[in-house]
Structures are given as C-alpha cells and as structure tokens.
Design a protein around this ligand. Structure first.
Ligand code: AMP
Length: 549
C-alpha cells in the first residue's frame, strides 16, 4: 500500500505506514514524533528536532506552530523569502515522505491526512494544498478525533457510545461517537481551533518570567527559549508536584550572566489553565446536548492529544461530569494510526469497518431578510452535524426583474441572525443565461467526505446548470510554488558551522572565541552519536554569546 497516514500536528507530526507485518511508525532522528518546525537557510531546509534547536539561534529563519496560520492569508518570511503556511507545511510533509521512503525502501504516492474536526473550509483546503505541494495525492482528509476513534474502536466488538476528547498543541476537538458492529459513526462534534498546549506554555512562560525577577527586556529570542523551558516544565508537572527550573547563563545583563532559577508548583500551573480546561468540559457537555444525549448515556470519555496527559484534565472532567476518562493508549500515535487504518479501509484491506463522519458546522449563504429591515442574515443550507458526504438544495429568488446573476457569499457558522459571527469562506458568481421577470435559482451545496465544499446553481425556468468559480480565501499562487525545488537536508552541520564562523568574525571576547573554536573542533571530530549532545552545547553557547553581543 503506497499510503502514509499523516497526523500533521501543531507541535509534532506523526506518520504511520501499513506493512505486511503490521503498522509501522516512521522514525525521525530516532523518535516517532517529528517536531512540526521548519528552518530555512541558504543551504536548504531542515525539519524536525534539528530545526527546533535552530529556533534558538536562528529564529528569524524558523517557523514554529505553522498549523495555527493554515487557511489564513498571512505569510511567514524565512531567510528573506516569503512562504504561505501551506508551503511551510508542505516542507514538513516532504520530510515525512522522504524519510518514509528511505526507511521503508518503498515509494509513497498517497496519504490520508488528518485535520482538527473544527478546521474550516479554508484550513482544509490549505492542508490539501500542502500535501499536494509535497508531491503526495490526498486520498482522504479525516478529522483528528475521528481518527483517534478509529484507532480506539478498531479492535472492539461491543456497541458503545463514547466521547473523544482531543486536546493537542494548538487545537481542542470533541466528538461523540457511536460504535456498532464495525460502523464508527460520529454523531456530533465541536471544538476550538485556538486552544491547546501552546497556550499553556505561553501562560506558564509569563509566570516564569514574572517569578524570575529579571529586569531586562524580554526579547523575541529569549521568549523562544523561555517557551521551550516552559513546555518542559509543563510536561514535568504532569508527573511531578513541583519543578525546579535551573537554567545557568539564561541571559546577560551588563555583561554579567543571569541564571534563571524558579520553582513552580503543580497547583500554580493548574490555576493558569483552569479557565481553559473548564471551557473544554463545557464544550463536551454542549456537544452531547447537540446530539440529544445526556452525560449518563456516555459509556466512556476517551482522552487523546498530548495535552490530555495533564492530570488536571482528568480531574476536571471527573469533577464536572462524574465520569473517569480513559487516556487512550499511545495518545501521540492514535491519530496517525486512525489515518492509516482509514487508508486501509478505503483500499479494501480492512473490510469490516465503515466510517460515517459529519460536518462540524453549518454552511450557507448570506441573504437579505425583509422582515429584519433588509439586514443580511445567514441562510443555512447544510446543517451542523449532518453526515457527509451530503448534497442539499435551497431556492433563492431574484431581487430584481431580469436579474443577470446571483453573487453568493458563502459562510460557515451557527449564528443565523448576526452574519459577522460566522466565517466567510468565499464567494461565487452564478450567471443567469436567460434572465426573466421574477427569476429564481436552486443552489446546491455538496460536502464531500473530506469536508470540502462544492457549489452549483440551476436556473429554475430552464433547468440549466450554472457553474461558477468558487473563490476561497486560499491563494492558489502556491500551486506554482518554488518549495518543490527546495532540498530537505538530513543534517544541519553547515547551518551551525555558518553561525559559529559568523560569531568568530565578530568582536566577541578572545576567550569566547577560543571556546567556540574548541567546540567547533570537537563537533567536527565527533562520532555521529555524540553530535547531538555537542550540538546542544554549541547552540547554548551561540545563544548566550549572540544575546550578550
Ligand atoms: P499533539 O498536538 O497531540 O501532539 O500534542 C502536543 C502538545 O501536547 C504539546 O503542547 C505538548 O507540550 C503537550 N504534551 C505532550 N506531552 C505532555 C505531557 N506529558 N504533559 C503535558 N503536556 C504534554
């Protein structure tokens, strides 16, 4: 099977392939988690843990948490060149494809990629573009909690109703799933595209900074280092009651080193995230209500996503619902496993399972409402929680006689009365070939299994189909992107060496120069296993010298 299951995460990505011996997770620099971080230099592109290291010393050339920008028209500048979020993501996918091919000795042409259930049209379109730019065909786009449900439900025979609570690095999703005899049916879903572990890191880093007592400006560079320290402290607080942060030479003030020494207790951290976690449980309860179920109907709440390892998540769910959630086995791998299993289902390898997913939001167009003083309102065509694929038709009447076209503005969201509360996902002009006096058209919305929308109109008096170009917010320009020609490097020795050489040419102290030269020599002569440790040492030194310089 030439398919890769890809969990394209905000913080980390995971890829799984199907082999005769079973499922296999692709390994990146010795770990199945690939940090979703991209560094671009003149030498080429570095993705993963090495790019994460580079973030400390070359933040201007490094993209972190790019998933948060997917579907927007924001661009990032790396090494002086502008990239769309989908171009940056495509570099991550390219790294996955290359590594999988090297490791497995096979060619991979297709993939099942996952997105947060609550990702909108533009975000899904951007993800699809990213996959295609990386040279893979999208076999299917599936929702992350659905993928986790597939991996959870794959080997369970019993019928059950359960919730999948997915708290990741950048997004939160909740889905209510019904399993019966191989049928995995999503009955309701909801979430927040901007809530996850990254937010907890930010809050914790603010607390650490406050407690440090340093009175120096918090530069962007220090912020990146602080975020990494905060993330580590956060993870440690999942297993420890207290962490002691002790970072020697964290920064410099008046040529004197500043050591960061701060203690954080688990309860302090819990206070920081209490509001966020409460919100996730409220979303869980309202999603159940949407599906006309009660908390007592749920047989289990399954936790997935890295951030659900925080013990406070379990405590809060138990306290507010009376149900003890179950942490899915291998929460980091479950989404990618679900993706590849879905690939196997589509290929007919697994014939016992069927997946029915739904749309997490309503889709419709803006119309003028006479009874509301000619205000624009949202006229819904496909309702939230409708199983996909689906096609729905709605009829619209012309405002004027002999109207020559209908300009339709497409929205997704739930607020019918206040249009501005919904997301505008694009627009389209449906031209009428034979305008008449009181004309009307039927508009058909079709949502495919990937959650992607297509729209056509039909002139009622002639039955003629009218197609128009659906203009989404996603720029098509990246289709001719130059990322295709960019090399993904397996090593980043040259990037680090470049940094060292630049510093050696600058006017740092002679003793610092001597230290750097010694480190450089040590690195060049080291065996590959030792390189990682020396690399950390070098990065810390460069970081410190550049900062004080
Ligand atoms: P995901 O997007 O599912 O890969 O989740 C990534 C997020 O989970 C990041 O914000 C990580 O910092 C966070 N994370 C991973 N392990 C833990 C842990 N043991 N405790 C708290 N957060 C964690």
């Amino acid at each position: 099977m030439d398919i890769i299951g890809i969990d394209l995460g905000t913080t980390n990505s995971v890829a799984t392939v199907y082999t005769n011996e079973g499922l296999k997770h692709i390994s990146f620099d010795g770990d199945f988690l690939l940090p979703s971080i991209v560094n671009v230099s003149n030498d080429g592109v570095i993705v993963g843990i090495k790019a994460k290291n580079m973030a400390m010393i070359a933040q201007e050339n490094t993209a972190i948490s790019i998933k948060r920008l997917m579907g927007s028209d924001q661009k990032v500048t790396l090494n002086g060149k502008e990239f769309t979020p989908q171009e940056v993501s495509s570099l991550i996918i390219k790294k996955i494809k290359n590594t999988a091919e090297q490791e497995m000795g096979e060619k991979y042409n297709r993939c099942v990629v996952t997105v947060p259930a609550y990702f909108n049209e533009n975000q899904r379109a951007a993800t699809t573009q990213a996959v295609e730019l990386a040279g893979l065909k999208v076999l299917r786009v599936i929702n992350e909690p659905t993928a986790a449900a597939i991996s959870y439900g794959a080997n369970k025979d019993e019928d059950m109703l359960y919730g999948v609570y997915d708290l990741g690095g950048g997004t939160f999703d909740i889905s209510i799933i019904e399993n019966s005899k191989g049928l995995i049916e999503v009955v309701a879903t909801s979430g927040d595209n901007y809530l996850g572990g990254d937010d907890f890191d930010k809050k914790l880093s603010q607390l650490i900074w406050q407690k440090s007592g340093f009175d120096i400006p918090l530069t962007q560079k220090l912020q990146i280092k602080l975020n990494q320290i905060a993330e580590k402290a956060k993870i440690d607080l999942s297993t420890q009651e207290e962490v002691i942060i002790d970072e020697k030479f964290f920064a410099k003030k008046d040529k004197e080193p500043l050591h960061l020494e701060v203690e954080i207790g688990r309860e302090e951290f819990e206070e920081l995230i209490r509001e966020d976690i409460d919100r996730t449980v409220e979303l869980l309860l309202s999603t159940l209500e949407d599906a006309n179920y009660d908390i007592d109907d749920l047989e289990a709440i399954i936790l997935t996503g890295g951030s659900s390892r925080i013990p406070f998540v379990t405590h809060t769910i138990l306290e507010k619902t009376g149900k003890l959630p179950i942490l899915i086995e291998d929460p980091d791998k479950s989404v990618s496993i679900g993706a590849i299993l879905q690939g196997a289902i589509i290929e007919g390898i697994d014939t016992d399972s069927i997946l029915v997913d739904i749309t997490p939001y309503s889709l419709g167009i803006s119309t003028l409402n006479e009874s509301m003083g000619f205000e624009l309102i949202l006229s819904k065509i496909i309702l939230k929680n409708t199983p996909v694929p689906v096609s729905k038709v709605s009829r619209y009447y012309a405002m004027r006689d002999y109207q020559e076209g209908f300009e339709i503005d497409i929205y997704q969201g739930e607020n019918e009365k206040d249009l501005s509360e919904n997301i505008n996902i694009g627009n389209m002009l449906l031209e009428i070939k034979n305008p008449i006096k009181e004309g009307a058209i039927d508009v058909t919305f079709t949502l495919n299994q990937d959650g992607m929308l297509s729209v056509v109109g039909k002139e009622i008096h002639t039955d003629e189909i009218i197609k128009g170009e659906f203009r989404t917010k996603i720029s098509k320009s990246s289709q001719h992107s130059n990322v295709n020609e960019m090399d993904i490097l397996n090593e980043h020795d040259r990037a680090i060496m470049g940094k060292i050489d630049k510093l050696l040419e600058s006017d740092i102290l002679e003793e610092d120069k001597a230290d750097l030269k010694a480190l450089k020599a040590k690195y060049i002569n080291a065996h590959s296993e030792e390189k990682a440790t020396i690399e950390e040492e070098i990065i810390d030194t460069i970081f410190f010298l550049e900062d004080s310089h």
